[in-house]
Design a protein around this ligand. Structure first.
Ligand code: SF4
Length: 447
């Protein structure tokens, strides 16, 4: 029952899983400070927009959305902007949107209740100072998902990829203490969840001063009741032999890696300052595949990066064909103010129509490869975890296999959080359809 006396808070989240996890932390902190989270903005006392700054498009969308959300405010409601865009733009946001009264960067959520209270008293405030110690350890996240839990293990990034705004908006890399992470994982098991996703900008460079990522995978993977351990996003350069061995030896670590490649051209990778070559990336993929049978790899690719020639792009296409990705997130380069890529010579700029044409060819190549891969798996059986009801309204649920494949299976909400054994019966290219073989699945069990 809703406690009418308690003020209500609505949060809208854009961007990556780290932002989703931050929204869960903010809601938990505000709930502990007397606010009631609500699912719709209408009439909410506090409306927060947790933002992403990774591409210009993402920011333009937020500016538009801030205007739309104004209609849902009452005379006493306040609106705040949090996250990477808040960190990047700071006071400019108060200029751009007069109805916004607080702007808080990713390291400022500890002060959020006080800032919200002062905003409700008419003040407009900003908090964008970095805090290298901050991991919000004493916050209790208010989780959106009931099947799997996002577990941030690291904040910030020490790489300096020339197109990326993250080091500017999230600061330098720092890792949580391993016992704190294990304690949180034990907590989500006690809430009935069996899958965790470890989060970091370059999560496999995790190091708390005593333990590295291999130690973390072993410790989290051994928590009693945990059945699946996933993580995102790793960097190819941080896959040490220790980490790969831990992935191969810990039964609960799933057979999927999302390994951003960005480009298949060493020349382009150099200008991106990714710190590996095409050959180095391919070697990392081969080492992972050799150690982990059935491993599926997905990736991120940027087209149209300054200086990318037709030949460079052909190298990206050939890498996609050679490495056999199960799927990919593909983007046209988006210049971000404050990143080195925006200071590259004008003549290196790839015209938008050329970038769009390359994007179309890349999507086609990735989809064709994924579809061919999927077709070879029809008739096979998989253990899947039911994550949610399918969007299409049919009596279908969406389940996920250990190798991160989406499988549509007949069923309803009573199956959420359940493990099933299914037979793969069809594929649309990226998603499978499946038939339930048994409502029990032989599973690796930790502890
Ligand atoms: S590794 Fe590179 S792309 Fe990834 S968050 Fe860090 S700077 Fe950005």
């Amino acid at each position: 029952m809703m406690e009418t006396s308690r003020p209500t808070v609505y949060i809208e989240t854009y961007g990556c899983q780290m932002n989703v996890s931050d929204s869960e932390l903010m809601l938990g902190k505000l709930a502990a400070s007397g606010y009631t989270p609500v699912d719709v903005p209408d009439g909410a006392d506090v409306i927060l927009v947790n933002t992403c700054a990774i591409r210009d498009h993402a920011e333009q969308r937020v500016i538009g959305r801030l205007g739309e959300l104004k209609r849902h405010m009452t005379a006493t409601s306040i609106m705040g902007v949090t996250g990477c865009m808040a960190q990047r733009l700071g006071p400019q946001l108060l200029e751009k949107a007069k109805h916004v009264s607080l702007v808080v960067g990713p390291d400022g959520y500890r002060t959020l209740p006080a800032m919200v209270d002062s905003a409700r008293n008419g003040q407009r405030t900003i908090a964008t100072t970095f805090d290298m110690e901050e991991h919000y350890e004493d916050f209790t996240p208010r989780r959106f998902d009931k099947v799997k839990a996002w577990i941030p293990v690291q904040r910030g990034c020490d790489y300096r990829c020339t197109y990326c705004i993250v080091p500017t908006t999230r600061g330098s890399e720092r890792s949580r203490q391993l016992p704190d992470v294990v304690r949180e994982v034990e907590g989500v098991v006690s809430e009935g969840m069996t899958e965790v996703v470890l989060l970091g900008q370059t999560v496999n460079s995790y190091n708390d001063g005593t333990h590295d990522f291999a130690d973390l995978l072993r410790a989290v993977g051994a928590v009693r009741g945990i059945r699946r351990v996933r993580y995102t996003s790793p960097h190819p350069n941080d896959f040490s032999d220790r980490v790969i061995r831990a992935m191969a030896e810990v039964p609960t670590v799933c057979e999927h890696v999302h390994l951003p490649m960005q480009s298949g051209s060493t020349k382009t990778l150099k200008r991106m300052l990714r710190r590996y070559t095409r050959e180095g990336y391919a070697e990392c993929v081969q080492k992972l595949r050799a150690a982990i049978p059935g491993l599926s790899i997905t990736t991120d690719i940027i087209v149209g990066f300054p200086g990318e020639t037709d030949a460079d792009f052909e190298e990206t296409l050939s890498a996609v064909r050679e490495l056999g990705f199960a799927d990919a997130f593909m983007f046209i380069f988006s210049p971000r103010d404050g990143t080195p890529a925006t200071r590259m010579p004008e003549e290196l700029t790839v015209p938008q129509d050329v970038a769009a044409e390359r994007m179309a060819r890349l999507v086609e190549t990735v989809r064709a490869g994924a579809r061919a891969l999927n077709l070879t798996q029809l008739g096979q059986r998989r253990e899947v975890l039911v994550e949610r009801e399918a969007k299409r309204g049919e009596a279908m649920v969406l389940a996920r296999s250990r190798d991160f494949r989406s499988v549509l299976v007949p069923g309803d909400a009573t199956l959420l959080g359940q493990y099933l054994t299914v037979e793969l019966t069809g594929t649309t290219g990226s998603t499978f359809t499946g038939q339930i073989v048994s409502e029990r699945a032989a599973l690796p069990l930790a502890g």
